[in-house]
Design a protein around this ligand. Structure first.
Ligand code: SF4
Length: 108
């Protein structure tokens, strides 16, 4: 059986920097959830840096209520919020804080 390295269906990113690095390495479409939205976000990031860049709180495993308020405030002011939310809503990243919230809880 051959290993298929081109199947990123379970691919998840915990930061916008991580997804930017991934997309910088490939222009090939994938089956990963939110791939289209991811590329739109990356396109926007080429001209506009995300407000969360280099802020370690956005990748923390645990956030206090106060941190959530602070990060939410940063996201609300971020010029990439719409693109970021479009991606996160579709991909539901299991880690990180995206467009004002965490997506690590199941829907329902
Ligand atoms: S909306 Fe928030 S998480 Fe998304 S890029 Fe902007 S600051 Fe980062």
């Amino acid at each position: 059986m051959t290993e298929n390295a081109a199947e990123p269906a379970e691919m998840r990113f915990d930061t916008v920097e991580a997804l930017e690095a991934y997309l910088a390495a490939t222009d090939q479409p994938t089956n990963a959830p939110g791939d289209t939205q991811l590329r739109m976000l990356r396109h926007a990031m080429q001209d506009t840096p995300p407000a969360c860049r280099d802020d370690e709180r956005f990748v923390a495993d645990y956030l206090t209520a106060q941190h959530r308020v602070e990060l939410g405030r940063i996201c609300r002011a971020c010029p990439l919020r719409n693109q970021c939310r479009a991606y996160a809503t579709r991909a539901r990243p299991e880690a990180g804080f995206w467009a004002g919230q965490k997506y690590d809880q199941p829907t329902g």
